[in-house]
Design a protein around this ligand. Sequence first.
Ligand code: H2B
Length: 91
Amino acid sequence: MDVESRLSDLPAWRREGDEIRRTVEAPDFPAAIRIVDEIAVKAEELNHHPDIDIRWRTLRLALTTHDQGGLTDLDFTLAALIDDIAAKHGA
Ligand SMILES: C[C@H](O)[C@H](O)[C@H]1CNC2=NC(N)=NC(=O)C2=N1
């Protein structure tokens, strides 16, 4: 897996060890929760779940594939979906 080349298509994400991470700044707290709610739907569809830290309107998201011991295609697929959801909510 060429992580750096996959990340070049996802400029909001950066690698931190075995994870990729991004911050999402929502317009307000309700929007942040709506973003989390939509991410939850995709996470269930993919059976792949981000770590999410919610602080007022700031979300910190981390993706990795624990059961494969590192980053996989699923992490980059979910990252792109999260970007779409965030953009749709003005984040
Ligand atoms: C049993 C089930 O497939 C695993 O627990 C899945 C669920 N969602 C997951 N999500 C993430 N991010 N990493 C995993 O390794 C993972 N494993």
